[in-house]
Design a protein around this ligand. Structure first.
Ligand code: XUL
Ligand code: CO
Length: 444
């Protein structure tokens, strides 16, 4: 046996070596040029900083279909049946991929890993059988579950939503799915659990009782919090904001909207946010903005690392390759002290035209290298200190005198009027945006 062939239970990627770091000078498409897992950057290995996860739904279930055309993806391991055996085999192939790409984590929805069958009992049984396989593969490889979730958006029973459905029976079905998905996430040692409200929104207000729907969504989340305690699951709960798609208006539009919802319904202690790049841009924000809003509320938990196409207005879920994006993302992550329970989950799919299994490698290598560079650049910018110093100095009028008194809450309107009458016109300094943009470019 060749030394680069790993012991796996399946052999679908035998032509591809285990992906290793070869350095920036390498021209080998099957090597990392920047992601060097054991290299230390500011006291932590790149592996610990980046916590890469592969998403099961795209990598194993992404068929490459679009609204105009059928699936294109070649998956020689898959018999395209709804059988549990097929799902179990797929799970083993997935771990073969995880080992070769050297990603430490994965994420799934219940219905990605196991088939939805005729009723809940049969679906739960199928899920248990696949979870047993995943457990074996985790033990064999040491790979870990970053987060699990329940798919409450594909089946037609959720056409009106799940937690926000007009039907209490649809709510009950969804809650049952969440219960089971939490149990299997716990069983697999998952470090988190995500709620993305796939169809929690509306298409028209003409038929919608918005207040009642939001109250119900909060009920679902409170029940999940209670159940978490009941089963002793200690993973982190996340809400994933998205403004539209598939509904016209989704209730979890952006970071600020989610935080407001969590505060209003007394859930903020139990949830952090899982921020996705393409969702941020669909909301008309930069990723940096969404991350900063979450981090400012001490609620930045995890990241769905992808990107949209600037020329298309929908959720294209592409692999991130833009170094400015990864730099800004890692600046926000490092500033908040790094990821703890969360990670960088590639909620991304290869293009429909990239239909071969080998394209999964090119896609993930590119995303991992782009984030490794973003990490190194962000670390260097923070070490340099000029950016942070500039921001600190920009607010220096708040560090003493009247500013300090306003912050301390010891002055009134009358005091400020007196102060202004004595002081006269305000003297300001430049924001120096262009200089700071140049500073970032010094490092990119
Ligand atoms: C959909 C999306 C989901 C969540 C998990 O846009 O991002 O895949 O990440 O449900
Ligand atoms: Co996502």
């Amino acid at each position: 046996m060749q030394s680069n062939i790993i012991e796996t239970t399946t052999n679908y990627f035998t032509d591809i070596p285990k992906i290793k770091y070869e350095g920036a000078g390498s021209r080998n498409p099957f090597a990392f040029k920047h992601y060097n897992p054991e290299e230390y950057i500011g006291g932590k290995s790149m592996r610990e900083h980046l916590r890469f996860a592969v998403s099961y739904w795209h990598t194993m279930r992404g068929a490459g279909a679009d609204p105009f055309g059928e699936g294109t993806a070649s998956m020689p391991w898959d018999d395209h049946s709804n059988s549990v055996e097929n799902a179990q085999k797929r799970a083993r192939v997935f771990f073969e991929f995880l080992e070769k790409i050297d990603a430490d984590y994965y994420c799934f929805h219940d219905r990605d890993i196991a088939p939805e069958l005729n009723d809940l009992a049969a679906s739960n049984k199928a899920l248990d059988a696949v979870v047993a396989t995943l457990k074996e593969e985790q033990a064999r490889t040491g790979k870990k579950l970053l987060w699990g979730t329940a798919c409450l958006f594909t089946h037609k029973r959720y056409m009106h939503g799940a937690g926000t459905s007009c039907s209490a029976d649809a709510f009950a079905y969804g809650a049952s799915q969440v219960k089971k998905a939490m149990e299997v996430t716990h069983e697999l040692g998952g470090e988190g659990y995500v709620f993305w409200g796939g169809r929690e929104g509306y298409s028209t207000l003409l038929n919608t009782d918005m207040k009642r729907e939001l109250d119900h969504l909060a009920k679902l989340l409170h029940m999940a919090v209670d159940y978490k305690k009941e089963i002793g699951f200690e993973g982190q709960f996340y809400i994933e904001p998205k403004p539209k798609e598939p509904t016209t208006h989704q209730y979890d539009t952006d970071s600020a909207t989610c935080l407001n919802f969590l505060r209003e319904y007394d859930l903020l202690d139990h949830f952090k946010l899982n921020i996705e790049t393409n969702h941020a841009t669909l909301a008309g924000h930069t990723m940096q903005h969404e991350l900063r809003v979450a981090a400012s509320a001490n609620a930045l938990g995890s990241i769905d690392a992808n990107t949209g196409d600037p020329l298309l207005g929908w959720d294209t879920d592409q692999f991130p390759t833009d170094i400015y994006l990864t730099t800004h993302t890692m600046l926000e992550v490092l500033r908040m002290g790094g990821l703890t329970t969360g990670g960088l989950n590639f909620d991304a799919k290869k293009r429909r035209e990239s239909f071969e299994p080998v394209d999964l490698f090119h896609a993930h290598i590119g995303g991992m290298d782009a984030f490794a560079r973003g990490l190194k650049i962000a670390h260097a910018i923070l070490e340099d200190g000029r950016l942070a110093d500039f921001v600190k100095n920009r607010y220096s009028t708040w560090d003493s005198g009247i500013g300090q008194k306003i912050e301390a809450g010891t002055v009134s309107f009358a005091d400020l009027e007196k102060y202004t009458l004595e002081k006269g016109e305000v003297k300001l300094e430049s924001g120096r945006q262009e200089m700071l943009e140049n500073l970032i470019n010094e490092y990119i």
